[in-house]
Design a protein around this ligand. Structure first.
Ligand code: HEM
Length: 152
């Protein structure tokens, strides 16, 4: 009887240890879910294409900067912007256009014009109901290009 009670206690203890060990093991192997890329959180290429469409619509209607685009290849620019944003946010695209300095050299784009364009993008992101976090991250990524675009 004593032996049986001892075996029961031992079995119980062993199962507790196993449970704890398994629980501990599980915790150790379950890394916190990696945050999705900004590309995924924006909704992928279709969502980015929709935002760029809204954005270029705003630019064309914006009398502060639309004259700049009078001779632009609108379709080509749209494709390049989609690829650029897709790539910059961690998506599977490859931007094949010019680097920002080369693309804007000779244009002497002012701070005000850059600001106007950012406003047009913000409006597009708001129309598309892009979340606050994603909006801030995307604007941060594009803001980093400012030095290569303004005053060149
Ligand atoms: C973060 C801001 C900006 C980004 C990401 C951007 C991006 C681009 C890209 C990807 C191109 C195409 C380059 C190529 O042809 O290979 C381009 C061209 C151009 N950008 Fe920008 N740009 C920005 C700001 C501006 C601003 C503020 C202006 C003027 C107000 C401007 C005016 C132009 C013009 C006129 C072209 C040439 C379009 C054409 O001839 O087809 N950009 N930009």
């Amino acid at each position: 009887m004593r032996t049986i009670r001892f075996m029961l206690v031992a079995a119980l203890a062993a199962s507790t240890v196993t449970t704890v060990a398994c629980g501990g093991g599980k915790k150790a192997t379950t890394a916190p879910a990696a945050e999705k890329s900004l590309y995924d959180r924006l909704g992928g290429k279709d969502a980015i294409t929709a935002v760029v469409g809204l954005f270029l619509g705003n630019v064309v209607a914006d009398t502060r900067i639309n004259a700049r685009f009078a001779n632009a290849d609108a379709k080509g620019l749209q494709t390049k912007l989609v690829d650029q944003i897709c790539m910059a946010t961690g998506g599977p695209c490859k931007y094949e256009g010019k680097d920002m300095k080369t693309a804007h050299t000779g244009m002497k784009i002012s701070e005000e014009e850059f600001g106007a364009m950012v406003e047009d993008l913000v409006k597009a992101l708001e129309t598309a109901k892009v979340g606050e976090k994603e909006k801030t991250e995307l604007l941060g990524a594009l803001g980093g290009m400012k030095g290569d675009i303004v005053g060149q």
